[in-house]
Design a binder for this molecule. Structure first.
Ligand code: NAP
Length: 265
């Protein structure tokens, strides 16, 4: 049984991006803390696997194939969650995509695609969740930004702009919804080893090569006071904190699980 402040028994969480990486680890940890977790992702088999992992460990989960670029699907998922579980206490809007191109190479199609998932997908998920939470007069909305918000990064125009927009969306949600009992916070992880970042380890034969990945990560490891890159579970801990009563007085903030690589005020 978790500490009372972290205990999510009786609460329902919707986690997008739950088929993989940070989303999967977060769904698993929220369920371990007692929440019923609706695991949503465009990857149907992947999200069913996450729900099975949770159920095998004795938790409660539901899998839902969901593309966050389709607003109607989000609305349906939220409505189904409320119909089946009576409430929605936590939205962890984690689904996201990466795109690399320089400013001069970036075209509108790239920008629209990345903003469509990383910004509008989060906005529409937050809007649909907030309608339910407003009626409940309680809820926690957690968004996934990135360390890319804290610095200029070569080739990450679309991605870093989308994540900066997520932060400003989160502050606006916190400001407008705080009086209604709803909190909103962003997480800005540093480099986390997940399928999104494992392409750095692609060897000459096209398969994953641990040595190649470690070489790509070496400069980040040197920069990190904690001397390593992150794991999905490192970020899931931040998600649990923001989902739970342990963060009852925390809203409009950016939490940075990054090993100390960046320390902005
Ligand atoms: P991941 O392993 O690639 O997981 C992302 C999940 O989101 C995948 O299952 C992906 O499905 C899904 N997804 C993508 N587009 C979607 C859509 N339109 N609708 C529903 N689901 C969609 O990546 P991750 O590293 O765990 O990243 C999770 C979040 O953390 C992202 O928002 C990312 O930007 C952020 N983040 C990651 C890092 C890092 O270093 N890994 C650092 C900072 C922030 P597909 O596999 O089909 O694309």
């Amino acid at each position: 049984m978790p500490l009372k402040a972290y205990d999510l028994t009786g609460r329902t969480a919707l986690v997008t991006g739950a088929a993989s990486g940070i989303g999967r680890a977060s769904a698993v940890l929220l369920a371990e803390a007692g929440a019923t977790v609706v695991c949503a992702d465009r990857d149907g088999p992947g999200v069913r696997e996450t729900a099975e992992l949770i159920e095998k460990a004795g938790g409660a989960a539901r899998a839902r194939q969901l593309d966050v670029t389709d607003r109607a699907q989000i609305a349906e998922t939220v409505a189904e969650t409320v119909r089946d579980h009576g409430r929605l206490d936590v939205l962890a809007a984690i689904a996201g995509i990466m795109h690399s191109s320089s400013v001069l190479e970036t075209d509108d199609a790239d920008l629209d695609r990345v903003l469509g998932v990383n910004f509008k997908g989060v906005l529409h998920s937050a809007q649909e969740a907030a309608r339910v939470m407003t009626a409940q007069r309680s809820g926690s909305i957690i968004t996934m930004a990135s360390g890319a918000i804290d610095t200029g990064a070569r080739g990450l125009l679309c991605y870093s702009v989308s994540k900066a927009a997520v932060v400003q969306l989160t502050r606006t949600l916190a400001t407008e919804l705080g009086p209604l009992g709803i909190r909103a916070n962003a997480i800005a992880p540093g480099f986390i080893r997940t399928p999104m970042t494992s392409h750095y380890g692609t060897g000459s034969d096209g398969s994953f090569d641990e040595t190649v990945q470690a070489r790509a990560e070496a400069s980040l490891v040197r920069m990190a006071p904690l001397g390593r890159v992150g794991t999905p579970e490192d970020v899931a801990g931040s998600v649990l904190f923001l989902a739970s009563d342990a963060s009852a007085f925390t809203t409009g903030q950016i939490l940075r699980p990054n090993g100390g690589v960046a320390m902005p005020w």
